[in-house]
Design a protein around this ligand. Structure first.
Ligand SMILES: [Zn+2]
Length: 500
């Protein structure tokens, strides 16, 4: 990942409020009725001719028109020819304060839930502004800082240590878990260079505190062992190649022998690449199936973050002129382009281009194998990576999941029902009576073509309606804001290739 320095994030703090993106006063318990709509959720599939009533933050009722009466005085939305899906979740984000417009861009794109993977004050300040009604945005599940081994790949890269904690032994690992728990983390994020002993200490301390732990499987731990110990979610398709390789022992020895210095992300990533490629090429489907069934039995989720991998594996395919870039400042786009020209593209040989293209194709196939073995998948982007865009990129991830071989309804489930289950929410990710009114009304059928999730007509954010007029107004405002000149930012600290 090319990460913008995390120092910029807090400085951008509360700028959104000054630019007219604030919410209007609470409209009270207005009742909205969507009539004649096709309801689609991952628990019930598609149901045509439905009436959905929204009042306050909840779905008052949802069902066939003949059963659900429309109360007098309801605001009517004609849903004939339209499709209503639950609000989407991006389950792997980093609040890096791209332009301090992430919260609004998420919900305008129908993303009403996010999971913040590296703690941090910026996500907390957004969460507070949203909870106070000062801004419209998703609900955030905010984890700990990244807990890595020592030396850490992150040493020095996050300046003040706002993103990571390096632990040298099990005692430090337990202390780090307690510290992050006390600071309000909803879960603990484990990282690549934790020793096995420290990782087991994190697992034990989390179990004692009743705190989920998830993230990267460290280089020194098998995926199956991590899953057996209770790892809730595996982020990215990266370490998974070793447990599923017919050459596991040899390649694990190679991984363990990779030298790592403090903050030496680039070097580590470059030295890991050929080992990862060798592991992917020796992927053993029968072995993988056993591993995946065990992981599924343990209830461990996978977040493939295919859009992150596509960016890393196929930088040649990045579109510098994506029309969606109009919602981002020239400063941000300039930084992305700089990273592409200076970090991603230089030195790539034709052979490497071919190899990494093959690697990405293998990641798609592996995603299909995970799903076929019953491993629950979460849709997540790794926002914070160069060229990934709040909200927009989640739709790209859904498209990649379908490219990988999932049915469109399975892909939708990875962004709706599965995140709700992971979060322990029975009242989310479904369109039923009493569920939270996070909803996206689409002008075209996402089961016909998953790319139709971008054909957004309206969004309900915990009951608050963003109708087409309001949505277009807000998008225009964000676009105008992105064009305003900004004071020059501090030189970014960057490194390449991180799934983080
Ligand atoms: Zn990440």
């Amino acid at each position: 990942m090319q990460r913008r320095t995390l120092l910029t994030g807090t400085a951008l703090g509360v700028a959104g409020a000054a630019l007219g993106l604030t919410r209007p006063a609470e409209a009270g318990a207005e009742l909205v009725a969507v009539l004649g709509v096709t309801v689609i959720d991952a628990s019930g599939g598609a149901r045509r001719g439905q009436t959905v009533l929204v009042q306050g933050q909840r779905i008052l009722d949802a069902g066939p028109a003949r059963r659900v009466a429309v109360p007098q005085g309801a605001t009517i939305i004609d849903g004939v020819g339209k499709f209503l899906i639950p609000g989407l979740a991006d389950m792997h984000t980093h609040a890096v304060g791209i332009d301090d417009t992430d919260p609004e861009l998420y919900v305008l794109n129908g993303v009403t839930t996010t999971r913040q993977m590296s703690g941090g004050p910026l996500a907390r300040s957004w969460q507070q502004q949203i909870a106070a009604g000062a801004r419209l945005g998703p609900q955030w599940s905010i984890g700990s800082r990244i807990i890595d081994g020592s030396p850490s790949l992150w040493d020095g890269l996050d300046g003040d240590g706002s993103v990571h904690l390096a632990v040298a032994n099990p005692a430090e690992a337990r202390a780090a878990v307690r510290q992050e728990h006390a600071a309000g983390a909803e879960f603990i994020k484990t990282y690549t260079r934790l020793t096995r002993d420290s990782f087991l200490a994190v697992a034990a301390e989390c179990r004692r505190l009743g705190l989920p732990f998830l993230g990267h499987v460290p280089d020194f731990v098998q995926l199956t062992e991590a899953s057996d110990r209770g790892l809730r979610t595996v982020e990215h398709l990266f370490e998974v190649w070793y447990d599923t390789s017919s050459e596991e022992d040899r390649l694990r020895a190679a991984v363990a022998a990779v030298p790592v210095g403090s903050g030496e992300y680039n070097g580590w990533f470059n030295r890991m690449h050929p080992i990862e490629y060798a592991a992917a090429r020796t992927y053993d489907r029968r072995k993988a199936d056993k591993v995946f069934r065990r992981v599924a039995r343990n209830g461990t989720y996978f977040t493939p973050t295919l859009v992150l991998h596509e960016t890393n594996d196929q930088p040649e395919r990045i579109d510098r002129h994506d029309p969606r870039h109009r919602y981002f400042s020239a400063d941000m786009i300039g930084y992305w382009d700089w990273a592409l020209d200076n970090l991603y593209l230089p030195g790539r040989t034709p052979a490497q281009v071919v190899q990494s293209k093959e690697l990405f194709r293998r990641r798609l196939a592996l995603t299909a194998d995970l799903a076929a073995a019953g491993v629950p998948l979460l849709a997540g982007t790794d926002l914070g990576t160069t060229y990934l865009m709040p909200g927009f990129s989640l739709h790209d991830e859904l498209h990649q999941l379908v490219r990988a071989g999932l049915e469109p309804l399975q892909a939708l489930g990875a962004a709706t029902l599965n995140p709700a289950r992971y979060l322990g929410r029975r009242d989310a990710g479904v369109i039923t009576r009493g569920a939270v009114a996070d909803l996206v009304l689409l002008d075209a059928d996402p089961l016909h073509d998953i790319r139709n999730t971008t054909r957004i007509n309206s969004v309900f954010v915990r009951g608050e309606l963003i109708n087409p007029a309001r949505r277009h107004r807000m998008l225009a405002e964000l676009e105008a804001r992105a064009q305003q000149p900004k004071p020059p930012a501090a030189a970014p600290v960057v490194f390449r290739g991180c799934p983080c």
